[in-house]
Design a protein around this ligand. Structure first.
Ligand SMILES: Cc1cc2nc3c(=O)[nH]c(=O)nc-3n(C[C@H](O)[C@H](O)[C@H](O)COP(=O)(O)OP(=O)(O)OC[C@H]3O[C@@H](n4cnc5c(N)ncnc54)[C@H](O)[C@@H]3O)c2cc1C
Length: 315
């Protein structure tokens, strides 16, 4: 175990313009509204800050987890050891020659709205999806008529050793909910998105349609992280349909519940711990395996100190 440095010690060693706090409750930052504290929570304002934080973590053997909007993670009740690096202040936007350059920390909805107001579609399909641009790129998020890869022109990354590089997307690096950034511990700083000129009213009409559709499906009726399990064509039906066949809609563990509105969404009914949510997901996985002989794959990432082999912050 690494000794946890205090904010004072860190500020004595590196100079950053952004902020740094101790014991930050992650439930306040995740869409599940569950999860324990991060030992350290940093909000860098630029690549220089981020490089300094990465350098400090490397020199002190501290894990560092790059955090977007917290819409696709389940943070352990014990929290996250080491440093969580919140990218929300990387939020710049500009358009040059039909390419949007957008900071990784901006909410995808805000980026889509900004483009629509100026008469551009391209990122519109992500409107009303929770999370940041960086998280959507990392997940190769997809919804409605689009997938991030299809509009991605370039991605600027900062490696843990402090070097910046530009990646140009290649089709073979991407698949359903797969991107090359998942096997690269660099932080996504910003990316270029190909835009298409369109009447603002028509883009807004389409985007409001997405919002209405999500509202009608109960996406925002209770805290969740959206789909809990990936869909797998080999299983012959979407994960939600498979879970429904077992009559698990509405099934509860503690304060966690399989959404009564959508069987592939696990919701926090108000009192769920991360353990409740994790145990419910495990129950669903086991029920599906027993009934059908295959294992659902989780889409939501387990992050932090689970005391087992769960995904932990990359260091
Ligand atoms: C109601 C609801 C509906 C949803 N609907 C959809 C949907 O239709 N389609 C879909 O694909 N998803 C959906 N999701 C899931 C979620 O919105 C997406 O996966 C989103 O892209 C997650 O982005 P985030 O910024 O919140 O990532 P986080 O949850 O913060 O992080 C996810 C992963 O990305 C990494 N990451 C984040 N930012 C960076 C960065 N700048 N650099 C490097 N790594 C980074 C993190 O380290 C982590 O490993 C939904 C979620 C909710 C709550």
């Amino acid at each position: 175990m690494f000794p946890m440095p205090s904010v004072k010690k860190i500020e004595g060693k590196i100079n950053i313009r952004g902020s740094l706090r101790e014991n930050e409750p992650m439930a306040a930052h995740t869409t599940f509204r569950a999860g324990g504290p991060a030992d350290l929570f940093a909000e860098p304002v630029d690549a220089q800050d981020l490089a300094a934080l990465f350098g400090f973590c490397r020199d002190h053997n501290l894990p560092a987890f790059v955090f977007g909007g917290g819409a696709n993670i389940l943070v352990s009740d014990r929290g996250i050891r080491g440093m969580v690096i919140d990218m929300s202040r990387f939020n710049t936007l500009s358009i040059d020659n039909g390419i949007l350059s957008v900071g990784a920390g901006l909410a995808v909805s805000d980026a889509a709205a900004w483009c629509a107001d100026r008469g551009y579609a391209g990122i519109h399909f992500l409107y009303a999806m929770p999370g940041s641009v960086g998280g959507a790129v990392w997940m190769n998020a997809r919804c409605y008529d689009g997938e991030v890869f299809e509009v991605l022109e370039w991605v600027d990354l900062l490696s843990r050793d402090g070097t910046e590089r530009r990646y140009t997307p290649r089709a073979e690096d991407f698949a359903y909910k797969v991107s090359p950034f998942q096997s690269d511990d660099a932080a996504i700083l910003r990316c270029g998105i190909r835009l298409t000129a369109r009447e603002p009213d028509s883009v807004w009409e389409q985007m409001r349609g997405y919002q209405t559709d999500r509202d009608s499906k109960g996406h925002f009726a209770a805290p969740s992280a959206g789909s809990m399990f990936k869909n797998n064509r080999a299983f012959g039906a979407p994960s939600g349909v498979i879970i429904d066949r077992l009559g698990l809609r509405g099934f509860r563990v503690g304060g966690a519940q399989v959404s009564p509105l959508h069987a592939n969404i696990i919701i926090n009914t108000g009192t769920a711990t991360a353990t409740d949510i994790d145990q419910l997901a495990t129950h669903v996985e086991e029920a599906v395996f027993t009934a059908f002989g295959f294992r659902l794959e989780r889409e939501v990432l387990r992050v932090g100190d689970w005391g087992d082999a769960a995904l932990s912050p990359s260091s």
